[in-house]
Ligand binder design. Structure first.
Ligand SMILES: Cc1cc2nc3c(=O)[nH]c(=O)nc-3n(C[C@H](O)[C@H](O)[C@H](O)COP(=O)(O)OP(=O)(O)OC[C@H]3O[C@@H](n4cnc5c(N)ncnc54)[C@H](O)[C@@H]3O)c2cc1C
Length: 293
């Protein structure tokens, strides 16, 4: 294996409507081109394939954005990530070592109302008393960096010879944890499909659809759970109920965190029974309703 750093892919090589390699610029701004039977695009949310084939689709409704910056001296314990859900969005605060913390704010874009991003970021952080307690004696050591249009899905690829992994395949929200694990796992699935394609010397779009099928089988339940949790989190009434339930029931909390953290399969919790438990409706009532139905 050969790793080439500081190379930028600026286009694909095509033959018979199939990608057969990439071209671009190397670290010395010298043009390069590499031929390959199969290209795997792991370029993240700004992956070249997304632009080339206009594959990105934003969800209908409000567009979420993230603003993030590093802080020095935040009052937090190293092994916890602090999540605060508080109008107009939520924050995640976690240690990145050496007295530094990463503080991420996720909000609907429209709540910014044309304000300057850094000022808006600081104002919203300090509006919440719990966050203020953590950050009031700390220093924000850089300007807030923005991630536009956090959530997006991706249309199917229009050609063969190409697979996409990780964030390039879409993203919902970091709160419900479909980040690094899914990137790594989708890469493993892509490699299995790539191995088969190489053995059978078949890189057609139809053959490579096997990757999408496998990915769906493995991730669809997790994505469904993420969407349900998003609805609960952004509704103050349900959010309070869920947090109270998780506080009172350690097993329930560990199961949910296990699934969000990709240590337990999503099947464990994607059921009406679990959902009702989460919002504090007794499982016996659920059984009763089911029997009557
Ligand atoms: C605010 C925020 C908070 C998050 N928090 C968490 C979290 O707590 N836990 C978690 O698991 N995940 C989290 N995530 C998600 C996580 O960061 C991503 O899911 C993960 O980084 C995706 O990995 P990736 O390899 O697919 O893409 P990336 O990490 O984006 O890597 C893509 C790479 O491809 C390179 N590239 C792109 N285009 C080209 C090109 N044309 N030529 C050459 N190179 C190119 C880029 O420079 C980059 O290095 C968070 C995301 C956001 C936005």
């Amino acid at each position: 294996m050969e790793v080439r750093e500081q190379y930028k892919v600026t286009d694909f090589l095509f033959e018979n409507n199939c990608v057969v390699g990439v071209k671009g610029w190397d670290s010395n701004k010298k043009a390069f081109s590499i031929r390959a039977p199969l290209v795997i695009d792991a370029g993240g949310r700004n992956a070249f394939s997304l632009k080339k084939f206009s594959l990105k689709q934003e969800p209908a409704g409000k567009v979420k954005i993230a603003l993030a910056a590093h802080w020095k001296g935040a009052k937090i314990t190293d092994d916890y990530c602090y999540m605060h859900v508080s109008d107009p969005g939520y924050t995640g605060i976690s240690s990145i070592g050496k007295d530094h913390a990463n503080v991420v704010l996720v909000v609907n874009r429209e709540s910014m109302n044309g304000e300057k991003p850094h000022k808006f970021y600081l104002d919203i952080l300090m509006k919440n008393p719990l966050r203020r307690k953590i950050l009031q004696d700390a220093e924000c050591v850089e300007s807030a960096r923005g991630v536009e249009s956090l959530a997006f899905s991706v249309k199917p690829l229009p050609c063969g010879g190409l697979l996409m992994v990780g964030d390039a395949m879409g993203f919902i929200d970091p709160f419900t944890g479909e980040g690094i694990y899914l990137s790594l796992r989708s890469s493993e699935i892509a490699v299995e499909v790539a191995e088969k394609a190489l053995k059978e010397n078949n890189f057609s779009r139809d053959f490579l659809k096997g990757y999408e099928t496998r990915r769906k089988q493995e991730f669809d339940k997790k994505f469904l759970l993420s969407r349900i949790l998003q609805k609960l989190i952004y509704n103050p009434f349900f959010c309070d109920r869920v947090v109270n339930r998780l506080n009172a029931d350690r097993n329930l909390a560990e199961t949910l965190v296990g699934v969000i953290g990709d240590m337990l399969p999503a099947e464990t919790v994607v059921s009406f029974k679990f959902l009702f438990q989460l919002i504090g409706i007794s499982p016996s009532i659920v059984d009763l309703v089911r029997k009557r139905a």
